[in-house]
Design a protein around this ligand. Structure first.
Ligand code: PDD
Length: 293
């Protein structure tokens, strides 16, 4: 079965999908994106993704290519045409194609691309078995709240992690505090059993998975502290994990080669994973394969 992508108003075979060479996303990274998780043919956190997309677009003064409702019709159609039961939807909006000039073009139409990727169903055991993290300096710009396609520091950081045999790199700011992973939010459980994750600011992306975990953990009376934590606190944490639409809640069992806790996913991490999974069950949107048949 061939993959189908949506590009500026047309559904096309993935292999033929293309944008203009003067698209500003290509030349200036002048665009934004969202990654939606699909679980059991349902989109996770749809409203949160749309709200964050609205924030990114308005901060960069990029027009919506379609209204919210029409955009979600496209997203669901891409999901349906690709028979995605589990996987992800990638959505990218750029300022469009125009003669190369740094300032905004007078006339350019925002360009929209939506693609889908299938994966296996959410594997609790894999999330639970844990990954290695390294720490690196955070060399990004000061607007990490915007989900911009300008991801070079994140790309370099992720590769540094891979080269070190790790899954993710936690970025550390000039004051010695962890901001977030290159494509995930960072969490620890400290010696007092508190769940600690960085408060929202322009230094991190407000993850949709982060929000879901916070809501689910709050409802379950978990002791949550929203504040920056240091690299030192991270390496001496009782437990640690990362969250994102692609990693869900994944345990971190080593940081810079040091085992976290006893080197296995901790008790609270395990509970958070369960809380997150039932949150996803309760809050996922309608099943797309069913509603679109
Ligand atoms: N990344 N922080 C950064 C820098 C991210 O790029 C992401 C998401 C997150 C987690 O956000 P969410 O829970 O909404 O996925 C945090 C996506 C998955 C990506 O770039 O592929």
């Amino acid at each position: 079965m061939s993959r189908i992508a949506y590009v500026n108003g047309r559904y096309v075979p993935h292999g033929d999908a293309a944008v203009h060479i003067e698209d500003r996303g290509y030349q200036f990274a002048d665009g934004v994106y969202e990654v939606f998780a699909v679980n059991g043919a349902r989109l996770i956190g749809e409203q949160g993704h749309l709200d964050r997309l609205a924030h990114s677009l308005s901060e960069l003064r990029i027009d919506w290519p379609l209204g919210r409702r029409a955009l979600m019709v496209v997203v669901r159609e891409v999901m349906r045409r690709n028979h995605v039961r589990d996987g992800l939807i990638y959505l990218q909006i750029t300022r469009g194609a125009a003669r190369r000039d740094h300032g905004f073009p007078d006339q350019a139409e925002s360009a929209l691309v939506v693609t889908a990727r299938k994966s296996g169903p959410l594997n609790k055991q894999a999330l639970f078995s844990g990954v290695d993290v390294i720490t690196i300096p955070d060399i990004r710009w000061e607007r990490c709240d915007i989900k911009s396609v300008s991801l070079l520091p994140n790309v370099l950081g992720k590769q540094q992690a891979r080269d070190a045999g790790a899954y993710e790199a936690w970025q550390v700011d000039k004051q010695g505090f962890v901001t977030e992973g290159t494509s995930t939010n960072a969490w620890i459980v400290n010696a007092d059993g508190e769940l600690v994750t960085r408060n929202i600011s322009t230094s991190i992306l407000n993850g949709i998975t982060r929000l879901a975990v916070l809501e689910a953990a709050q409802a379950a009376d978990v002791n949550i502290v929203l504040r920056p934590f240091t690299e030192e606190e991270a390496t001496t944490a009782r437990e640690a994990f990362i969250t994102s639409s692609t990693s869900h809640v994944t345990a971190v069992t080593r940081i810079n080669g040091t085992s976290i806790g006893n080197g296995h996913a901790g008790e609270l991490t395990s509970r958070i994973l369960d809380l997150y999974l039932s949150y996803v069950d309760q809050h996922g949107g309608p099943k797309v394969t069913e509603s679109w048949k």
